[in-house]
Design a protein around this ligand. Sequence first.
Ligand code: FNR
Length: 390
Amino acid sequence: MSLAEQALAGALSIADLRRIARRRLPRAVFEFIDGGAEDELTLAGNRRAFERRRIVRRVLIDVSEPSMRTSLLGAPAAAPFVIAPMGSCALAWPEADLAIARAACAAGIPYTLSTMSTTSIERMAKAVQGRLWFQLYVLREQASTDKLVERAAAAGYEALAVTVDLQAGGKRERDLRNGISLPPKMSARHVLDGMLHPSWALQMLRAGLPQFENVRGLLGDEGAGPTIAARVGQNLNPAWNWDDLARLRDRWPRKLLVKGVEHPDDARRMVSMGVDALWVSNHGGRQLDGAIASADALPRIADAVGGKAEILVDSGVRRGIDALKARALGAGAVAIGRAALFGAAAGGEAGARRAIEILTGELALAMKLSGTPDIDSVGRALLDGEPTQG
Ligand code: FNR
């Protein structure tokens, strides 16, 4: 076993994978993944909202073989997880999108490819024979957005998740201080930092500088932001609204998800328009700092929707038990964001597999210890009424 393999095998938790990633990556790259907007209140609040929920265990139930198999968007999934879309992943590990997608496919859960991925829609569809969803950012040029939607349809993607919480790039101060951009603009500080992280630097030299493959030629460089979030934000259409969503619903023939929902009224309106699934998310605390935590928004949305659409949730999922709590609060599945990327940053595909294995292993254990033989039977009664304070 190589040293890297030993480190991965020894990682017991997502926090362990995060520590390995932190050691391996230059500071600017690690902080791009790890960081949130402004004071990172929402980033911290996401975690706290999961932690404050308490399970009221049931006992004397046969839990010898707990089943976490479920159905997502009408098709089977091996566990109530999907991979959240993450752009610029190749900064952490060459071809990280493919590495994470392969790990998801092996685990029998869907993978969502970001518009800002460094692997194109077509290359991903050719390389991975699993359940693939495409995440859409609405570009300023309508024709360019339409083209992305057509490409995802032609490549056979099962679902489209349109992200609606990036009307502008969040003010991520760690990124502004570190000057991280894509394609990377290397300053003397970045070169020095790279030299201090030789395994990462060698990989990058071999792989070449990553590019946004999906939107090559579509992003205006004029006035491009100094950070990835700013650059992406400047190229998106902040005027996109309900009429445009209705138009997208008409154009996209398969399952449509809206990612970044937090208000029950928005959720109700989306369901009435034929949206198939609501993705409760605050972008992992990377956009509006002060936004409600996802686990707090989730039960209100579940109540509003009343089973008329599927619900996914992300932001702050770091333990398998979070998926159990999310199911109890009304979500069909949780999306794994940074947890998967910390794994890939720690060890490519093997690291992403380890992340999924840790989360599913923890979920299976939490199911046994809480008296939950079947994930689909989980309801709100599993939780104590009010979240604990502090
Ligand atoms: C993201 N996220 C994101 N979301 C999206 O809709 N399109 C994107 O391109 C990206 N890119 C992206 C890059 C990186 C490095 C991160 C960490 C996140 C947000 C992502 O889909 C998800 O909502 C959050 O990551 C969930 O929060 P946690 O689980 O990471 O805390």
